[in-house]
Design a protein around this ligand. Sequence first.
Ligand SMILES: NC(=O)c1ccc[n+]([C@@H]2O[C@H](COP(=O)([O-])OP(=O)(O)OC[C@H]3O[C@@H](n4cnc5c(N)ncnc54)[C@H](OP(=O)(O)O)[C@@H]3O)[C@@H](O)[C@H]2O)c1
Length: 324
Amino acid sequence: MALTTDTRITLSDGNRMPIIGLGTYASPDVARSIGEEATKVAIEMGYRHIDCAHIYGNEVEIGRAIRSKIADGTVKREDIFYTGKLWCSFFSPELVRQGLEISLKDLQLDYIDLFIMHWPFSIKPTGSEDPSDPDKPIVYDNVDFCSTWEALEACKDAGLVKSIGVSNFNRRQLERLLSKPGLKYKPVCNQVECHVYLNQSKLQEYCKSKDIVLVAYSVLGSHRDKNWVDLSTPVLLEDSVLASVAAKYKRTPAAVAMRFVLQKGIVVLAKSFSPARLKQNFGVFDFVLTPEDIKTLNGLDKNLHYGPFKEMKEHPEYPFHDEY
Ligand SMILES: NC(=O)c1ccc[n+]([C@@H]2O[C@H](COP(=O)([O-])OP(=O)(O)OC[C@H]3O[C@@H](n4cnc5c(N)ncnc54)[C@H](OP(=O)(O)O)[C@@H]3O)[C@@H](O)[C@H]2O)c1
C-alpha cells in the first residue's frame, strides 16, 4: 500500500502511530519559542506525530503549541500522537510516575500517547538533569529496567499513557524485557538512531518478529549538536551517493534519506524548525525509490552512531557494545 502523510502503523496494543513525526530536540542555545512556533506550523501543515522528551527542556513550549492548535480547532487532542520519554534518573520504580507527571504538568495534557524509556541504563538523580552540563558529572545507577517497566505498566493502567515503549535498546535488552516474568504489556516500539549510515536491518528484523515497531531518529544525520555528536563524523546530507540518487529523482538528499527509511516500514522522525524544510520533509510521499536504489543506499551502511552517548560506555547496560 502506498505511504501517505496520513499513514499510521498499528501498534501491538492497538494504538496507531503516524509514520512521520516531528522531532523537537534543539541545543540549549536555540530559543524555546522557535520550537513552539515550528510545532504550530507543523500541525497546521498536517504533522500529527510529535516527538519530545523531558530532558529536551521544552515540553512547556511544545505542549503550549499543541494546546493552541487544539484550542483554535485545527486538531482534536485525539488526532495528535505525542511521544514523551522517561529520563534515566527517574528509573527507580517509585520515581517513574513522578517523572511522567512532571511531563504531563509541563505539557498541560491529561495523557501522553506514547511514553518510552529514553535509554536502557539508569543514572543517579543529581539535581541538574542536563547530561551535557560539565559541572554535574553523570553518576551511574543500577536500577534494573525490568522494574522500571512494571511501574510504566502501572502508568498505562492508570490511563496516564496510552502506549509504552523503549528507546536505544539492543536485541539482548529487548529479549530480557520480553521474557520478564509477569510481563503485562510488551514495548510497542524501540526508538533508535537509524539512517543510511546505520540502517539497523538486523534490529529491524528482530523487532518485526516480536511485533515491536522501529522508530528512527537522526534520519537526516542528526542535529550535530557538539554536546552529543562528534563533529569529525561525515555529514550525512553531503554524501555523494545520496546526492546522486537524489539528483535522479530531482529531490533533495534529505528527501531521499527519509524515503529510504520510510520504505523499510520504519517510522521516521525528522526535526526541523524551518517552515520551508518542515514542508519539504512532509512532502516525501510523492515519489518512490526503486529496489535498485534502495540496494545502493543499503551499501552506505557503516554502523555509524552520531549520538553514541559515550559517557555511558562503562555502564553495564550500555547498548552499543553489542553488534545490534
Ligand atoms: N531517543 C533518542 O535517544 C533520540 C536521540 C536523538 C533524537 N531523537 C529524536 O529524533 C528527532 C530527530 O533527530 P535529530 O534531531 O538527531 O536530527 P535529524 O532529524 O536527523 O536532523 C535535524 C537537522 O537536520 C536539519 N534539517 C531538517 N530538515 C532538513 C532538510 N530538509 N534539509 C536539510 N537539513 C534539514 C535541521 O535543521 P533545521 O531545524 O534548521 O531545519 C537539523 O539541523 C529529535 O529531534 C528527537 O525528537 C531521539
